[in-house]
Ligand binder design. Structure first.
Ligand code: 6R9
Length: 644
């Protein structure tokens, strides 16, 4: 292991046992009993020895236009295929299926804007809105197999647009609304999207985020987009270009935009969406997911981990623009027929009790968020949550990075009042759904994502694939395929094979370091590659570096992540200036702002240090680990390849 550790080891012996009544009534134990098992562990063992039977069992709870011929085809590893020969459409299971039952009148979505405005949609109405958008897309020439890019604030129309694409068989590529021009332009170009769906703006802390302005600049850098569809939200007079840009409210008023649109029959392996994520190089990877397996995997994991029932009001506070939002705001809750809550704005706007007031107001029963949000709200003190009735909550969740036991305990005590187990879910854009996670039937250890989910075998191994001893640091791997796994990287299948399957063959290498304790609980430590999790958002050092060198003053740049109390990690950059430029505080501020402008506010470095050289290997690769060790005052480790 090359990574130097800079965090104290948490106490791995502390166990929190779930309330027996909760275990007894859980979806997962109902399933265990239906299979003749009395314990979760027995069920888990069976799902490992009967993996395909387990997933087929789950798939048969959903509707298929034509059943699959084969559950798993592994004849062309690592290009695994699931439910081969099956015909379905994820939207058929997310919406159409519910219209045949009483759920057509159930609320699918409750939305609250930052200004307190509120909108609700039943499943019936959801179908109406999605169908109308789907018809508009069709009239614009969008066809099965096209990739439509979506760049939106956190409003219901973001969800509707994603579903509308999937309904007619087009793939969506959602670019997070907090990203800026360069990030959007790169992703549009890679996907070769002809159609972009956006909004005039969004709200954040009472201010308008000018999305359409960012879109215009991005479109000046990418020639592929012919049509830009714009939802009106902030109504602040966004700049429109004739012939290219259309207001959605105009189009939705046309007869073509009626509320009936057939749901396209898709092959289980047809592309559902691509989602760009950061890796080792500056070029973001377009992770490809499909209709069939992703549908089964997201449905199953949400049902068993967050124990979704008809009475629940479920709130996943992520942004739909990241994988957590795709899987656990949009698709899985709808497939499960749940009522979801969505909030547009900042957690502490106008006051630090905004979230808690909404939990009380809407009677939220399940709250799924990220450690950074918990730490951020914890800072304001216990008085804010204590003013609100949080007694409706029954389950809590965490995702995005390891949760420090202190934040875990605050969340557990002050928000869950010691009644609500925390589902710490480890997974990735690439995995599509939860991989290592408790269910309500698993005893918890604060700071550990506990054990692999049903049907999943995960382990911590050495670089040669041999298992690590208990408590020894190693590489986190997944040993068997799972239905929601990524299928490839768009336009770059080789990168898929090399990046994930050739690091610790024959396993899937997650890119994380971890430890497994004597009870088999997995403790994720962090990323091993050049990926930084900032406030739970995934960024690549290379993306920050290329944004820096796009500034005329910068000759070379290196970015690293250093521990940060709230954000988990913060970006620190080292810059070599071009001749004619002098280091100054003013220039540092300009460069930080430049990265914010190019990539988005989350990517703005906390500090920039001007240097005259960077530690590099003889082959010219920047040794970020050396920069990190120096910044933390730790030993530099193996520097035999260093040439400075
Ligand atoms: C879902 C998501 C994936 C990386 C992953 C790991 C980190 C996510 C975690 C966690 C510890 C958890 N991560 N969940 N680390 N405990 N519960 O975040 O996807 O943005 O692709 O990031 O996030 O490092 O490798 P993505």
């Amino acid at each position: 292991m090359t990574e130097t550790r800079d965090v104290a080891l948490p106490d791995t012996s502390e166990l929190y046992y779930p309330d027996p009544a909760l275990v007894e009534q859980s979806n997962v134990m109902a399933y265990a009993r239906s299979k003749g098992f009395n314990s979760y562990d027995e069920l888990y063992q069976w799902t490992i020895s009967h993996r395909e039977e387990f997933w087929a069992d789950m798939a048969s709870q959903l509707e298929w236009f034509k059943p699959w011929d084969k559950v798993l085809d592994d004849s062309n590893k690592p290009f695994y295929q699931w439910f081969v020969g099956g015909k379905t459409n994820i939207v058929y299971n997310a919406i159409d299926r519910h219209l045949k039952t009483w759920r057509k009148n159930k609320l699918a979505l409750i939305w609250e804007g930052e200004d307190g405005s509120q909108r609700t949609y039943s499943y019936y109405q959801l179908n109406y809105e999605v169908s109308r958008i789907a018809n508009v897309l069709k009239s614009m020439g969008v066809k099965k197999g096209d990739i439509v890019t979506i760049y939106m604030p956190r409003i219901p129309e973001l969800m509707f647009s994603m579903l509308a694409c999937a309904k007619i068989g087009a793939a969506h590529s959602v670019v997070y609304g907090g990203f800026s021009e360069a990030a959007l332009a790169d992703r549009l170009a890679d996907a070769k999207s002809k159609v972009l769906i956006t909004a005039d703006g969004g709200y954040m802390r009472g201010k308008v985020v000018e999305l359409k302005k960012i879109v215009n600049e991005a479109l000046s850098r990418t020639p592929t987009v012919q049509t830009c569809l714009v939802f009106r939200h902030t109504n602040h007079g966004a700049p429109m270009e004739q012939g290219r840009d259309f207001w959605m409210h105009d189009l939705l008023g046309l007869p073509i935009a009626n509320g009936h649109c057939p749901t396209e029959e898709m092959d289980a392996e047809d592309m559902l969406f691509i989602l760009y994520t950061s890796g080792t190089t500056g070029k973001p990877k377009g992770v490809v997911h499909t209709h069939g397996g992703y549908m089964v995997g997201t449905y199953t994991t949400l049902k068993f981990v967050f124990d979704i029932k008809d009475e629940d009001r479920y709130w996943c506070a992520a942004d739909p623009g990241w994988i957590t939002g795709h899987s656990f705001i949009v698709y899985a809750p709808l497939i499960n027929g749940a009522t979801s809550f969505m909030y547009e704005g900042a957690p502490n706007y106008p006051y630090p009790d905004r979230w808690w007031s909404m939990v009380a107001k809407h009677g939220i029963t399940i709250l799924y968020t990220a450690p950074t949000a918990i730490r951020g709200l914890m800072r304001f003190g216990d008085l804010w949550p204590s003013r609100h009735d949080l007694s409706t909550l029954r389950l809590l969740g965490s995702v995005g990075e390891p949760i420090n036991p202190e934040a875990w305990k605050w969340f557990y005590e002050k928000i869950g009042h010691g009644r609500c187990p925390i589902m710490d879910t480890w997974w990735q854009t690439e995995t599509g759904h939860f991989m290592i996670t408790p269910t309500p039937a698993v005893p918890l250890k604060p700071g550990s994502a506990t054990r692999p989910f049903l049907g999943i075998e995960a382990d911590v191994v050495h670089e040669d694939g041999s298992p690590c001893a208990p408590d020894e640091d190693g590489l986190l791997v997944i040993k068997n395929p799972w239905p929601g796994m990524m299928r490839t990287i768009l336009n770059d299948p080789q990168r898929y094979v090399e990046g994930y399957w050739q690091k610790v063959p024959p396993y899937y290498a997650a890119g994380d370091s971890a430890r497994k304790d004597k009870d088999g609980y997995i403790w994720v430590i962090g990323r091993l590659d050049d990926v930084i999790k900032v406030s739970g958002y995934r960024l690549g050092t290379a993306e920050v570096e290329s944004a820096l060198v796009s500034h005329p003053a910068v000759a070379e740049a290196a970015a690293i992540g250093l521990p940060h109390e709230v954000k988990g990690n913060a970006i620190h950059a080292f810059v070599i200036l071009r001749a004619g430029y002098e280091p100054s505080h003013d220039l540092e501020e300009k460069l930080r702002a430049h990265v914010g402008h190019e990539l988005g506010p989350i990517a703005r470095p906390d500090s920039i240090t001007f240097v005259t050289s960077l530690p590099k290997t003889r082959s010219g690769k920047i040794m970020r680990r050396v920069l990190r060790a120096r910044a933390l005052g730790l030993p530099e480790g193996d520097v035999s390849t260093l040439e400075e």
